[in-house]
Design a protein around this ligand. Structure first.
Ligand code: SF4
Length: 311
């Protein structure tokens, strides 16, 4: 839940989530649709699907007992597996995230590129060697991450007040601004996708939403029907579109590998009797604006709703 989100934003979601799904078994029993609705507004819906799939696996085969077992769960990598295992059962494994990579490369004066596999291997090895014999591994890992988040911050850390300044190579050699090395992370040029989203309303002032297929971008989420051309959307919805308005505004969203540029228009749709064609959407339904906020929708749809509110 905390990915690219502040704790203050997540707190209410987390509390509601825990009331609704207090155990892994309760979560496993819930249909994925209910899980996505509980997640609605947080984005990164793949995480909600993975948590649900993990709960199902736990219900079938029991709770993982080690980092390696956690790593067999859907969407769980070495970082998450190490964090969960060290903080719950106290397994003697270290956690390396961006904070820990930064601390280690600075304190030990490491010139390895922390964005590469070999650089990460070196950082993990040093981190493993630091795990104290007698302390609880989870506490050590949390302390390292907090130290990076609060003290050894990326830009202009307050080194003169740092308890580790006498051990820190970067500080003594004036390399604080240089380390960690992050050479190889080339800025990928994101592909621009230009589409038009259509706001269709009916006599009850409800708007038509379309549900994405279960694979690909925004899998299983509801959104304003959109496509790169009107013809493309007509062939998806299987009905003609008319009365297309001038653009109401543009929503731009940066995703990991692409940028979505979506122009919003109002339009009319002839009575619809058939299901969508199924190349992008699996279902269509009319919703009141109040009800839409309770659905599993993407952050792009949230932005479009905000844009509509201003019109
Ligand atoms: S002295 Fe500065 S660079 Fe070194 S660990 Fe402390 S805060 Fe980080």
């Amino acid at each position: 839940m905390l990915q690219q989100t502040k704790v203050a934003t997540v707190k209410d979601y987390f509390n509601r989530w825990m009331l609704r799904f207090p155990t892994a078994l309760r979560l496993a029993e819930a249909p994925v649709e209910e899980v996505l609705e509980a997640w609605a507004g947080l984005g990164y819906y793949r995480r909600a699907r993975n948590i649900h799939a993990t709960a199902v696996q736990i219900a079938e085969s029991g709770m993982p007992q080690s980092r390696d077992e956690w790593m067999t769960m859907p969407g769980v990598g070495r970082y998450t597996a190490s964090a969960v295992s060290s903080m719950t059962t106290g397994e003697r494994v270290t956690v390396v995230d961006g904070n820990v990579s930064r601390i280690i490369s600075r304190i030990f004066g490491l010139y390895c590129d922390v964005t590469t596999g070999s650089g990460q291997k070196e950082i993990w090895q040093v981190a493993d060697s630091l795990l104290p014999e007698r302390s609880f591994p989870g506490d050590f890992n949390e302390a390292m991450m907090e130290f990076g988040a609060l003290q050894c911050v990326p830009k202009s850390p307050n080194c003169t007040d740092c308890i580790l300044k006498n051990e820190c190579v970067a500080y003594s050699e004036g390399l604080v601004a240089t380390l960690p090395i992050r050479n190889s992370r080339k800025k990928q040029k994101r592909k621009m996708i230009v589409e038009t989203a259509y706001c269709f309303t009916n006599a009850r002032n409800e708007v038509l939403l379309a549900k994405r297929l279960e694979k690909g971008l925004y899998a299983g989420l509801w959104e304003f029907p959109m496509a790169s051309t009107q013809e493309e959307l007509e062939s998806e919805l299987l009905v003609p579109i008319s009365n297309v308005s001038k653009p109401l505004g543009i929503v731009e969203k940066k995703l990991s590998h692409r940028v979505l540029k979506i122009t919003l228009v109002r339009a009319s749709l002839e009575a619809r009797k058939k299901s969508p064609h199924g190349t992008r959407y699996q279902a269509l339904a009319w919703y009141s604006k109040r009800k839409i906020e309770e659905l599993a929708i993407s952050s792009t749809t949230v932005s479009i709703l905000r844009l509509l509110e201003k019109k």
